[in-house]
Design a protein around this ligand. Sequence first.
Ligand code: ADP
Length: 293
Amino acid sequence: MTKRYGNKTAVDGLTFSVHPGRVTGFLGPNGAGKSTTMRAILGLDRLDAGSVTVNGRAYAGLPRPMREVGALLDARAVHPRRTARNHLLCIAQTNAIPARRVDEVLRLVGLESVAGKRAGGFSLGMGQRLGIAVALLGDPKVLLFDEPVNGLDPEGIKWIRELMRGLAAEGRTVLVSSHLMSEMAQTADHLVVIGRGKLIADIGITEFVRQGSNVLVRAEEHELLVPLLTEAGATVHPGADGALIVTGLEPREIGRAALAAGVVLTELTPQRSLEQAYMDLTRDSIEFQASVA
Ligand code: ADP
């Protein structure tokens, strides 16, 4: 999909799929295009090119959208004088969702005791819980959360993480955005990383962690070097054009092993990790630095 605002390309030929039963982290610095993409999934923005489907259909073509996709985009989008329960009842009514589901979701998000209070007086964390209650109202199989932990205290963050993991464990599709690598590393099973509207990586967390410590090695006599590296605790995989991809040893240790074996190394290159790539990318983003500080 591609989405432009005037001459600014917010999302640029982005393609990815999100699968059920796992938490997919949607990672990118501020301004990368995450919200635009989520809005596009919900059919809230007209795309300049491409398309998005949910359960095989465009959002606009879903017969009962709230029962298929739930989303937390902007938790502040609540009528301030309405109580939490009334807010949910209104939405339930317009979407043909039974009223008893309102009490279920209030319980799920832990807002039962303040259900009769005006949402305008809610703290950020309570507002976030109310937004999540709306997302869960139709008991949808697909859930989108845009920066759900922004501004929350550690307890709120832990609660949201556990909720997302629980929803994925029930077999639901969970897409959650964040500009923080560390947050995603703790929550997601899979990562879709974007920068300036473009896809940077679509990768499992395990693979992502492994990628961080690879060294590309070329030597004149692999057959002598490989057993030594393995003995030293490394895992060695064949790379492109006869190279070796070594995991578990620092370049210096690989160099020492080669020296000991009298093998000439022709290349010894630490692979730039995705985390490094992500940091390089975010260095350009003033908002990101401000939020880290
Ligand atoms: P993210 O969610 O990753 O922070 P966004 O999707 O909000 O990124 O924004 C992507 C880019 O598109 C940014 O440069 C942003 O300024 C721009 N943008 C987003 N929404 C609008 C809009 N309604 N009008 C003009 N530019 C927009």
